[in-house]
Write a protein that binds this ligand. Structure first.
Ligand SMILES: *Cc1c(COP(=O)(O)O)cnc(C)c1O
Length: 368
């Protein structure tokens, strides 16, 4: 029986990558904004249709430093979602800011725009929503609220690489959007990430923050961290970027095959994706009804199929945050966290294995 993990990293051929890194053995230039860093930054900016873009060592630092670059007063409040990876909440709290958790919409898991306004106070400075599973937030409604109260909008777009709506790149919305290029994401640079932004000044601010605030050989102008992407990672990105559209098509085929089989099972619900978006099929999340999520998770595991309860628990319920912040009622997020299951999805996932997963689901949940 073949072991199936929830995802499998996309890689170029061994020959392609090793050929691509060969020049590093003559230049000996392995990091500090080398030529491949510059090339990847330029290519990604174009691919993502971003006005400005800064590469980072990973998605988390991209988010943490982008929030830091906005210079919010410590203790300010940031409205965000608890239905996300812990990184989103950590990035806010590690900046000395207070997360205010907003509920999500049951049909797609993104922030419920109708619940944002009542959470705005005199201390609110920003909204940090997540395009969860590559589904797009209600960007217009969120921008309207932000404009009304003078708030910044920083999207955690870690799941949304390559997602477009009506020809617009996901990076075109809000003040900034942050991407992750971790090995488990649709597009990877082994580890890596980027911040895309509108305000041109952010490029220099982020450059300072990712490179110790060093301005010249003898001049340090800011208290920066070290969050630079190295050349090996940039080259992995350049190789993977060539195949990204094919990879997304291959994922689409698998998602559609899953849909056709799993829609026959009554106990399974699906997230709603609007028809006018170009999806990236980064994850294959389903909702398991009748309280059977954990049972199905265990049954799959017995068959050596590793799904993920992604995202459970809510970040607001994690040991490090529980009881620390205002406890708001989050009925929709809580319900999703109890029923969501992310099934295996990657471009080379064999269709027979999807049939196998379907069989386990059918046997566990029944068909009617
Ligand atoms: C992966 C991920 C991150 C963090 O990205 P890293 O590159 O792993 O640091 C942040 N937010 C979300 C929603 C993610 O899925």
């Amino acid at each position: 029986m073949e072991k199936i993990l929830v995802t499998r990293t996309s890689m170029p051929s061994y020959e392609e990558y090793t050929e691509a890194i060969r020049p590093l053995w003559s230049s000996h230039w392995l990091t500090n904004m080398g030529i491949y860093h510059t090339e990847l930054e330029t290519k990604l900016k174009k691919y993502l249709k971003a006005q400005g873009l800064s590469l980072m060592v990973n998605g988390h630092m991209a988010l943490e430093l982008t929030i830091q670059a906005m210079d919010f007063p410590r203790g300010s409040e940031v409205i965000t979602t608890p239905f996300t990876f812990i990184s989103t909440t950590h990035a806010i709290v590690r900046n000395g800011l207070t997360p205010v958790f907003c509920d999500v919409k049951p049909e797609d898991g993104t922030m419920d725009e109708s619940k944002i306004e009542p959470l705005v106070t005199d201390h609110t400075v920003a909204i940090v929503p997540v395009h969860v599973y590559g589904n797009i937030c209600n960007v217009e409604a969120i921008q309207k609220i932000a404009d009304k109260y003078g708030l910044k909008v920083i999207y955690d777009a870690a799941h949304a690489f390559g997602v477009e709506r009506q020809g617009h790149g996901i990076a075109e919305y809000g003040d900034a959007s942050v991407f992750s290029f971790h090995a488990t994401k649709v597009f990877n640079t082994i580890e890596g990430g980027a911040a895309a932004f509108r305000d041109g000044d952010l490029y220099d601010k982020l450059y300072n923050l990712k490179n110790f605030g060093i301005k010249g050989e003898e001049l340090v102008v800011g208290v920066g961290a070290n969050a630079k992407m190295n050349e090996f990672c940039a080259i992995m990105g350049l190789c993977n970027l060539k195949y990204i559209d094919d990879a997304i098509m291959a994922r689409r085929k698998r998602a559609e095959f899953y849909d056709s089989l799993l829609s026959q099972i009554d106990g399974i619900g699906f997230f709603k994706f609007p028809a006018d978006i170009r999806r990236n099929y980064s994850y294959y999340p389903v909702l398991i009804r009748n309280g059977k999520r954990d049972e199905l998770y265990e049954r799959l595991k017995e068959e050596d199929i590793y799904s993920r309860k992604y995202f459970y628990p809510l970040t607001s319920d994690q040991a490090c945050f529980r009881n620390k912040y205002k406890q708001l009622e989050l009925p929709a997020a809580r319900k999703l966290a109890q029923s969501v299951l992310v099934l295996p999805m990657y471009e080379e996932l064999p269709l027979e294995q999807i049939e196998r997963i379907y069989e386990v689901c059918r046997e566990c949940l029944g068909t009617c």
